[in-house]
Design a binder for this molecule. Structure first.
Ligand code: FDM
Length: 212
């Protein structure tokens, strides 16, 4: 009885290109929710500590090769499936999960890299669905001012442009677009204002049964 009375948490996903500031904003959002008394768990994908995430990390750092782009795609998906149970149980226990990247990065990056759209989407079917996806949009020139790419694979301008096109195709009514060209504080306040205006309310009260 007590369990059914427990307030459900929420699953909030942040998506966007490299240097859109989503990692910083994920932390700020988590702190802000904590300040409102919520229990918050910060997550990110790829989760480089999880076994499949270690393979991904080594691949991105060019320490190992993978035999095919399909293998890489499935590793990213497995990395999420390893966390699916934890996500479901945390939410049912009332925790707010703030997640930096999820299956939308998975789909967008893999399609942008040339994999078949239909095939790519299959691996993530059945993962816990987010209540809301915040897409951080940043202009390429603003992103460029924020610093260059590191040495990892997938960090290249040409790919980023294609990723953005694919990410936009995935956007539906559950998504909110955040203009990430602003300063760090400006972006945070913008997102907070959306929430205060009630745009995000209600979506937090979904039933756990609806998540699958
Ligand atoms: N990436 C991330 C993918 O290609 N597929 C995925 O499923 C995920 C979650 O991995 F270039 C890409 C996006 C990025 C790279 O991500 C590493 P971080 O956020 O920079 O660690």
């Amino acid at each position: 009885f007590q369990k059914t009375m427990m307030k459900r948490g929420a699953f909030i996903v942040l998506e966007g290109l490299d240097r859109s500031g989503k990692t910083t904003q994920a932390k700020k959002l988590a702190d802000w929710l904590k300040s409102r008394g919520e229990t918050v768990h910060l997550m990110r994908f790829p989760d480089r500590d999880e076994p499949f995430g270690k393979v991904i990390d080594a691949y991105l750092k060019k320490e190992i090769e993978l035999a095919s782009p399909q293998a890489l795609h499935l590793a990213f998906s497995l990395n999420r499936w390893q966390k699916a149970g934890e996500i479901r149980s945390l939410i049912s226990l009332g925790t707010y999960i703030v997640c930096d990247r999820y299956c939308y990065s998975g789909v967008a990056y893999s399609i942008a890299s040339g994999l078949d759209e239909k095939w790519v989407k299959c691996a993530d079917i059945g993962l816990p669905q987010p209540d809301i996806v915040l897409r951080f949009d940043v202009d390429t020139d603003v992103a460029a001012q924020r610093g260059g790419f590191g040495d990892e694979r997938l960090e290249c301008n040409e790919l980023q442009k294609k990723v953005l096109i694919e990410m936009k195709k995935l956007t539906d009514e559950r998504w909110k677009i955040v203009n990430a060209n602003d300063s760090m504080e400006g972006v945070h306040n913008q997102r907070r204002k959306q929430e205060e205006m009630g745009k995000m309310e209600g979506e937090y009260s979904y039933d756990i049964e609806k998540m699958s």
